[in-house]
Design a protein around this ligand. Structure first.
Ligand SMILES: [Zn+2]
Ligand SMILES: [Zn+2]
Length: 339
């Protein structure tokens, strides 16, 4: 019997799950972002401006879905001001929150005057609960504060992603302390901010450390040169807020900077994958183990089969395109597929 890891039915929708506009420090208005991404074949953009949760349901139509979200930053200001560490080396933790319900409109952890990146005026567009005990929330770069925010945001109904560990200068000793994220950024394309994040070893750290989370790819675009660099492909029944969020929560997606994954399933203990033209298809495990199928005689590889063993723990697949660009799947666990 076939157990599909990316569902057999439905349509693939290309998504940018981390995006900035003129409502924070981005160079394009939300309307312009919609047009620019539609021209690049995207169906979904999650608007995650810094520190302002401003719904964009008005941008949604039959061929485009706006997901509503915001990004929060936690910076090690003591290190910056007291130790005089240059800002480029100060540790930060950035988290995106994507509302799971399009009707959500109140921003949690809103600060009425502080934490402004790019556009002070945008604060006037934010709706918040004046009785929220976390109104004017003060942020600190410590696990207690960060975990409190992630946990409460999840309870309120947000999909939580841990962003760009490379740009943030974070390492194992930092991100292993975080609990509550649904996904992390395998790919982050914020080139103009001086970093290209591709973080496969961070994913294995998190997974081997017991954090069962998904991986996404996103542009984190601010200006034009990082539009369409990294993305997430979500398979869903249709392009509605409900269906896309349901499939995000189920992990029914992969992330990419080029290659496409057409089919992914397990049949009688054998992992089977079909993809666009590639030079290699690789499988990593939670074990001292790996599998790879390489192109031969100059012919691209477009499918592969690997026999799985539950002794090897989780597995995740990387497709390496002919140009070296990669697509990455989420991690899958033997116990979840009755291996
Ligand atoms: Zn960020
Ligand atoms: Zn960002």
């Amino acid at each position: 019997m076939k157990k599909y890891l990316i569902s057999e039915k439905g349509n693939f929708y290309k998504a940018n799950l981390h995006c900035h506009t003129t409502l924070s420090d981005g160079g394009h208005t939300p309307d312009q972002i919609k047009q620019l991404y539609k021209e690049k074949g995207y169906s979904i953009v999650a608007f995650t401006d810094h520190d302002v949760f401003i719904p964009h349901n008005d941008l949604t139509d039959d061929s485009f879905l706006a997901l509503n979200g915001f990004e929060m930053e936690f910076a090690d200001i003591y290190d910056c001001y007291e130790n005089k560490t240059p800002w480029e080396r100060v540790k930060e933790c950035h988290i995106c929150f994507i509302a799971k319900d399009e009707k959500m409109e109140l921003q949690p952890f809103f600060h009425q005057t502080k934490y402004v990146i790019g556009n002070l005026e945008a604060k006037k567009l934010v709706k918040y609960d004046v009785n929220d005990p976390d109104l004017n929330f003060e942020r600190w770069y410590d696990k207690k504060c960060i975990n409190y925010v992630m946990k409460k945001a999840k309870q309120l109904g947000f999909f939580v992603t841990y962003n760009h560990p490379t740009w943030s200068n974070e390492n194992y000793s930092n991100y292993m302390l975080y609990d509550g994220m649904d996904a992390f950024e395998m790919f982050n394309g914020s080139i103009e901010n001086g970093c290209l994040d591709y973080n496969p070893s961070v994913y294995d750290d998190l997974l081997r450390g017991g954090k069962k989370i998904y991986c996404i790819g996103a542009d984190d675009n601010h200006w034009f040169d990082s539009l369409g660099v990294y993305w997430t492909v979500i398979k869903a029944e249709n392009l509605t807020y409900k269906s896309i969020i349901e499939n995000l929560e189920k992990g029914n997606f992969y992330c990419s900077e080029g290659p496409e994954i057409h089919e992914l399933y397990v049949e009688d203990g054998v992992l089977k994958i079909k993809c666009s033209n590639a030079q290699a298809i690789k499988v990593n495990y939670n074990a001292r183990k790996a599998h790879i199928k390489l192109s031969e005689d100059g012919l691209p590889v477009t499918s592969a089969e690997f026999t799985l063993s539950k002794d090897h723990g989780y597995f995740r697949i990387t497709v390496v395109g002919l140009d070296g660009k990669k697509a990455c799947t989420n991690a899958y666990y033997p116990e979840d597929i009755d291996l």
